[in-house]
Design a protein around this ligand. Sequence first.
Ligand code: GRF
Length: 209
Amino acid sequence: MPTYRFSAPARLVVLGSGSGTNLQALLDAASEEEYAARVVAVGADRPGIEGLARAERAGIDTFVERVRDHPDRSAWDAALAEQVARHEPDLVISAGFMKLFGPRFLDRFAGRTLNTHPALSPSFPGMQGPQDALDYGVKVTGATLFVVDGGVDTGPIVAQVPVAVEPDDDAAALHERIKTAERAMLVDTVGRMAREGFSVEGRSVRIGS
Ligand code: GRF
């Protein structure tokens, strides 16, 4: 059973594609001495995003790896893995990173790459979690933190948080409320994983021993 334990503080590389509010929550938490993890680098698949600006303001290394700068997806995947590896992460956190990892990335970081998804898995995988939840008419949705595997939002679940759907919600309003809960879950869970370690056996993830 793969088991991970880290010397404090654990090294986090965070990957994003957009506004980076989950990243900011991790940066804020990690600025506290007692939080057992530090963000050592932030990567993106496109330049000019707020997530990179947040990292720069915090004085953290950044990198950008664009698919279009590579002959194919596999070459991009290998280059992304190289960039991440340079920062010697204990955990890789995909927080709003809008690309699927390929086999070359997962060969290196599977088991210790986490992703957040704005729905309660296994419901509503993919890019439109909040809209799909509204369209289905569920009364409760939420966010899921999981260990990345080769599928779309299919990996072993680490933590989930429920969020009630309100009668007048549109996808944007619902997603904003989900993100508030998602950020708290991410910070709390990554902190516990960094402090206590974790193991993955089949679909079961256990934090601590
Ligand atoms: C989060 O809700 C994440 O689950 C989804 O995209 C959003 C990213 O938000 N994949 P941010 O960039 O962290 O603000």
